[in-house]
Design a protein around this ligand. Structure first.
Ligand code: SAM
Length: 339
């Protein structure tokens, strides 16, 4: 199904996410020198309204904070960790980590998305000196699988439809030996999954099957630890939620994953019902109010004039970050994600 034109509307949501990121960077909310290289004619894109820029900032800052904590905990335990970003689209997180101060704690970084998206991204990477330099030794950077995949020392971009049976597909991609004889990822290393605005578009049974597969895979190691971060909309059955659903319906996009969670309290269930040990969820509204440092809030308040704070709260109250943790026997994991 990955090549079917029926998925084109869902794939097009990557353009929205990328355009929002470029806008937030241009307006000074985010520091991300890489975003523009992944978006054609980024300098010509219209800026997004302040409310969208603030939302993009809060979402990115919150996920960055959880990812940084994961890298720091792994580093303290003298381990490198693995990150797998599913439905990664035009995300730049790998480049930001690899060029930042926590780079040493990062081992393999894998991104997957539909082949149409990974082909575009692989070409953009090949064309950009800044993106290529961060990938390390250029002799280890190569296109693969007819240009739908890109491999390098640490970073791997792979075409994959997440709705396909994980036992068939993920197993062959992640858990079977690569040309160098090693598996792409190793269950004995701390592994972090990121689903940033992806599961909302998938049937909940299919995302559960994916999460269960990863928990079982981590269980194969006596010291397995798995973290998982999910960002998405929820609570779509009120008036504002219905407007969101209808707007996307006009673009032939449905939100079966988001419609399965009507309250913030229901979100940790996604993890606890699939074998995770612990889970938490916070709305972007709560994160902005209580978890973003005061100095940052003051800084972004000075960037643009926002007259509708009530509307901002309403929007941020329909988006959440939730995170789950599974561990067999590993001290470092217990400390993760307690903001
Ligand atoms: N995670 C990126 C970010 O936050 O910037 C992109 C988010 S975009 C809203 C959703 C992404 O999920 C798109 O790139 C889309 O192609 C991908 N996606 C949705 N369903 C998928 C599936 N079944 N298999 C692979 N990728 C999928």
């Amino acid at each position: 199904p990955s090549t079917s034109s029926g998925d084109a509307p869902v794939r097009s949501t990557d353009n929205d996410a990328a355009a929002a990121r470029v806008s937030a960077v241009k307006q000074g909310y985010l520091l991300d020198p890489f975003a523009k290289h992944l978006v054609p004619r980024a300098h010509l894109l219209p800026l997004r309204p302040p409310l969208i820029n603030i939302g993009t900032y809060v979402r990115t800052a919150a996920i960055d904070s959880l990812v940084d904590q994961w890298l720091e905990l792994a580093e303290k335990a003298s381990q490198t960790c693995q990150i797998i970003s599913l439905g990664a689209g035009s995300d730049t997180r790998f480049w930001r980590i690899a060029s930042g101060k926590l780079s040493d704690g990062l081992g393999t970084y894998v991104e997957v998305d539909f082949p149409e998206i990974t082909t575009k991204k692989a070409m953009a990477i090949k064309k950009s000196k800044d993106l290529l330099t961060t990938l390390g030794d250029p002799s280890h950077v190569s296109l693969d699988q007819g240009g739908t995949a890109l491999r390098s020392t640490r970073y791997h971009l792979l075409p994959l439809d997440l709705r396909v049976d994980p036992e068939d597909v993920l197993k062959s991609v992640l858990a079977t030996p690569q040309p160098n004889g090693l598996n792409l990822v190793d269950p004995s290393k701390p592994t972090l999954l990121i689903f940033e605005c992806v599961l909302a578009y998938m049937a909940p049974e299919l995302s559960s099957r994916l999460l269960e597969w990863f928990v079982k895979w981590s269980q194969t190691s006596p010291c397995g630890i798995l973290g998982c971060i999910v960002y998405e909309m929820f609570g779509l059955n009120d008036a504002f939620g219905r407007v969101m659903v209808n707007n996307l319906k006009e673009r032939s996009i449905t939100l079966p994953g988001a419609e399965a969670y009507s309250t913030i309290e229901s979100l940790p269930g996604r993890f606890l019902n699939t074998g995770f040990t612990a889970a938490r969820a916070l709305t972007l509204k709560e994160i902005r109010k209580s978890y973003i440092p005061r100095s940052e809030l003051d800084r972004i308040a000075g960037l643009e004039f926002l007259d509708e704070t009530e509307e901002l709260d309403l929007v941020l109250d329909h988006y959440a970050i939730s995170w789950g943790l599974f561990f067999v026997n590993n001290e470092i994991a217990v400390k993760w994600g307690h903001w």
